[in-house]
Design a protein around this ligand. Structure first.
Ligand SMILES: [Zn+2]
Ligand SMILES: [Zn+2]
Length: 163
């Protein structure tokens, strides 16, 4: 599988192939050394049982959706159908909206799931078995707080403050 490692210090990301991943990498943005503790399951693309960056076992699964792309599509479809409505071609407007809803549904079904670490936001893509539950806001808030405290305590700074 591919791991998108997120640097605990600066939030910069980089892709690492789990099968040949070294035991530590240097952040491309800030140069900080990030130790990678890859489990056998992660290396062999079986399942994500623990995050190699923060060693957390709390993960969730979400659709691997490009949010900007999705938003752009929604805006374009909205404008086109509004244009049809404005020029009195109501039927055309509804056809555009209906077609978009259908395409949107199909694309959503085709999208692959990506596993994400609650604490450090690292992402895992591959053909492994998805075992993590869907996103839970309460868990996310609790674990992000815990992780930022841990980083502050280790002297790495609290990178996600100020938001
Ligand atoms: Zn960094
Ligand atoms: Zn993590």
């Amino acid at each position: 599988m591919n791991v998108k490692v997120r640097c605990p210090a600066c939030g910069g990301t980089q892709q690492v192939g789990a099968a040949q991943a070294p035991s530590k990498i240097a952040c491309r943005r800030c140069g900080r050394t990030i130790p990678l503790a890859l489990t056998v399951s992660v290396r062999e693309d079986r399942e994500v049982d623990a995050c190699p960056v923060c060693e957390g076992r709390d993960l969730y699964v979400r659709k691997d959706l490009n949010r900007n792309l999705g938003l752009t599509a929604v805006v374009i479809v909205g404008l086109v159908s509004a244009g049809f409505l404005w020029s009195g071609r109501d039927l055309a407007a509804y056809v555009v909206l209906g077609a978009f809803a259908l395409v949107d549904f199909v694309i959503y079904q085709l999208l692959k799931d990506v596993t994400v670490c609650y604490r450090c936001q690292s992402e895992f893509r591959g053909s492994y078995r998805r075992t993590a539950p869907p996103f839970d806001l309460h868990t996310a808030e609790r674990l992000e707080l815990e992780y930022s405290r841990r980083l502050a305590g280790s002297g790495a700074g609290a990178p996600f403050l100020g938001g």
